[in-house]
Design a protein around this ligand. Structure first.
Ligand SMILES: Cc1ncc(C[n+]2csc(CCOP(=O)(O)OP(=O)(O)O)c2C)c(N)n1
Ligand code: SF4
Length: 296
């Protein structure tokens, strides 16, 4: 049965007074993790906005048990913790919560190793498409054309398709999610928590500071990513891929909003040329077609 907002637990896991920026998607994501899994969660967090700005700084408002770990070790530490909890007979869901830098770049070797061993953890990549905490540097998740402080003329390379790379590890569960679709994310988290082995969830997380938009529009921008087809919500259980209900309308290209609408809300795309825009549109079509082949 679909989850309704009123059935979710009232206990808060992100408390008032935290030190995140207004409109922070990482805080939103953590709220949903609390709603989905409540007191069972232990978070393993490497360096990044969640740990440095919100998690461990004075004034932290996070109400989870948290282990703060060096960048490239999150999944290895999470796997050890999960094994220890099992030996102790304790019911815990161990979640490695890392930014796109901590997942797709610096943390990738540990992520891939842990996935290959099928460790019993959930890895959530909170993807704000750059190294935000250290001042908006590009990552492999920064999209083509986006400004960062290390791609001042716009990034020349496309976003690395990490969810598909994780799919090819043949792990039991892979999903994409978005902070604009909390019920979809909560359902995926709850499903992942019932599956043994390695689970990977990639959470699209628009950051007002690094993407250059007004903090009141975090959800609007995240929603537009899905409505334009720039971000596709899907899941894969035992390598069976299905497009999630919130993305299904956009299987039909004519139902998608123009990519330009998504780009024009964000200052980081201010200097995108028509040529780059065309290439981004082509990549959107290509991403859909790859995923549909896998779903078929
Ligand atoms: C091994 C190592 N290299 C670099 C750093 C510096 N550092 C701290 S946070 C950070 C950026 C993290 O980016 P990301 O993982 O995308 O998370 P975000 O800050 O965007 O949430 C970097 C490079 C570090 N702490 N440890
Ligand atoms: S820079 Fe972005 S991700 Fe980091 S705390 Fe601020 S809003 Fe959140």
């Amino acid at each position: 049965m679909p989850i309704s907002i009123k059935d979710l637990p009232k206990e808060k896991y992100v408390l008032p007074g935290d030190t995140a920026c207004p409109g922070c998607p990482e805080n939103m994501g953590l709220r949903f993790v609390g709603m989905a899994l409540g007191g069972k969660v232990i978070l393993v967090i490497p360096a990044g906005c969640t740990s440095i700005i919100q998690g461990l700084a004075p004034g932290s408002g996070l109400n989870f048990p948290i282990l703060n770990v060096p960048f490239a070790s999150s999944d290895a530490v999470a796997a050890g913790l999960s094994a220890a909890k099992k030996i102790l007979g304790e019911d815990a869901v161990v979640v490695a919560w890392a930014g796109d830098g901590g997942t797709a770049d610096i943390g990738f070797a540990t992520l891939s190793g842990s996935a290959e061993r099928n460790d019993n953890i959930i890895h959530i990549c909170v993807d704000n498409e750059a190294y935000m905490n250290t001042g908006i540097q590009r990552s492999s998740q920064t999209p083509l054309g986006a400004w960062t402080t290390t791609t001042v003329g716009g990034k020349k390379e496309r976003k690395k398709d990490l969810p598909l790379i994780m799919l090819m590890h043949r792990i039991p569960y892979v999903a994409t999610a978005s902070v604009a679709y909390p019920i979809d994310f909560i359902e995926k988290l709850r499903k992942a928590s019932t599956i043994r082995g390695f689970k990977y969830i990639h959470l699209h997380s628009p950051c007002p500071v690094g993407w250059r938009f007004d903090p009141m529009y975090t959800v609007t921008v995240a929603k537009l990513a899905v409505e334009t087809g720039m971000w596709i919500l899907f899941e894969s259980e035992d390598s069976k891929v299905s497009i999630s209900p919130s993305s299904r309308p956009y299987l039909d290209k004519s139902k998608r909003k123009p990519v330009k609408e998504y780009l024009s809300m964000q200052g980081r795309f201010r200097n995108v040329t028509d040529e780059v825009l065309k290439e981004i549109e082509r990549q959107v079509d290509e991403n859909w077609s790859t995923l549909l082949k896998l779903a078929a």
